[in-house]
Design a protein around this ligand. Structure first.
Ligand code: T4K
Length: 370
């Protein structure tokens, strides 16, 4: 029996480096509630990204919910159904209504040319997703947001480590949310961060992630508990210096996949880094499988590869508007997203995936071609 190849594996840092931070935690006797390591990780992220402010959270989902709640939004938020359901849950759980815009075939991000027709007097924000780290058209989106007086909040869960025009991608828009979940290019076990420019927001985000506690005498808003803890921050501090190496390794993996799969009948590989001035993080190896040319459906390939102990994933199938929870929000105008959801396959991609493993994945995939 061949060994299992999972779609991803977390990057684990040098154990001694982690132990050093654990010793510090023991010495400090401080586990959570904005400890020394959390503050150090926050500062390190600000330095890395050049963002004016960053606030850390226990996970990316609660970071996004806090962003929406802290910006005191009400009404409709235009977003994409082609995302992890967290994006849309954050909208609804913040008392807002999602309005779904279709995506572009070219890179599967929101189709900026279709946004303006969805804007009503109730629209308060646009929430695009840099899906797989593919960069949204940030310039055009900012113009639309400015023209209509809307907030622009990015789900940048997949986009850490990327730059556009020499600036970290998370510095675009009013706020960007990054996920540091175990499955991401850089992890803090679980974790999330908001990056933003407005000093006022920092205060609100910090209050909302800690029950709204202003001080010993005052609760000034109704917050929850969404704080990052010191073990998460320790992992983040250990992994941050490895990020660029991880990106290089994944670039090599992507190059090898492309060399094996590019131009093969029915297989489409993306090349997001061909956009001028964009530094891509290679964090997902997503391909589209078109059964008309490939000769087998995406789902049959997915199952057959599983039988070969290769665990690909269908991120993001079903698209949010096709789920029981969100069917009633479906405008019927998101055909490209639905098509992509039915044809996407994310191939294994992580730092320590060997060339031999990539070859095994490609052989198993191409074996299904008819
Ligand atoms: N917005 C977007 C666009 C997102 O993609 C996400 C999260 C969020 C918002 C919310 O951010 P967080 O609140 O999660 O920070 C995974 C992740 O749980 C989730 O973080 C991620 N997106 C989503 C796309 O994928 P699953 O259900 O696929 O995870 P799971 O447990 O099946 O793991 C995937 C693979 O990784 C498996 O093959 C096993 C392997 N794995 C996983 C873990 C946790 C390991 O080898 N080790 C591990 O520790 O959701």
């Amino acid at each position: 029996m061949e060994k299992k190849i999972l779609v991803t594996q977390p990057h684990l840092p040098d154990r001694e480096r982690f132990d050093h931070y654990v010793d510090q935690i023991w010495k400090n006797k401080w586990l959570t509630n904005d400890g020394e390591l959390t503050r150090a990780f926050s500062e390190a992220l600000r330095t890395k990204t050049g963002a004016a402010y960053t606030t850390l959270f226990v996970n990316g989902h609660l970071a996004l919910e806090t962003a929406l709640q802290g910006m005191a939004l009400s009404g409709e938020v235009i977003t994409t159904p082609y995302t992890f359901v967290s994006t849309v849950n954050a909208i609804v759980r913040s008392g807002l209504t999602p309005v779904f815009c279709d995506i572009k075939e070219s890179n599967l991000t929101i189709d900026e040319s279709k946004i303006e027709r969805l804007i009503t007097e109730k629209t308060c924000a646009i929430l695009p997703v840099h899906v797989y780290g593919h960069c949204c058209n940030v310039e055009r989106l900012q113009k639309i947001a400015d023209k209509h007086g809307l907030k622009l909040i990015y789900d940048a869960a997949h986009a850490f480590g990327e730059t556009l025009g020499g600036k970290s991608l998370v510095t675009y828009g009013d706020v960007s949310m990054v996920s540091f979940h175990a499955t991401k290019i850089m992890n803090s076990i679980e974790g999330g961060a908001l990056f933003f420019r407005d000093a006022e927001l920092e205060k609100r985000f910090c209050l909302l992630r800690n029950f709204g506690i202003e001080d010993e005498n005052q609760i000034s808003c109704i917050g929850g508990n969404a704080k990052m803890n010191e073990f998460q921050a320790a992992m983040g501090l250990c992994n941050l210096p490895d990020l660029e190496k991880s990106i290089e390794k994944r670039k090599r993996i992507t190059d090898h996949y492309r060399a094996r799969l590019e131009g093969k009948r029915g297989i489409h590989c993306f090349h997001p880094e061909q956009t001028a001035d964009f530094k891509y993080n290679y964090s997902y190896m997503a391909i589209l499988l078109d059964e008309r040319d490939f000769g087998a459906t995406r789902d049959s390939v997915y199952k057959a590869m599983k039988a070969d102990e290769i665990y690909t994933r269908r991120y993001f199938y079903p698209v949010v508007t096709s789920t029981a929870a969100y069917k009633s929000f479906d405008s019927g105008r998101t055909e490209i997203a639905k098509w992509a959801g039915d044809h996407i396959l994310c191939l294994p991609d992580y730092d320590n995936l060997s060339e031999n493993d990539v070859d095994r994945v490609c052989d198993a995939l191409l074996k299904q071609q008819r």
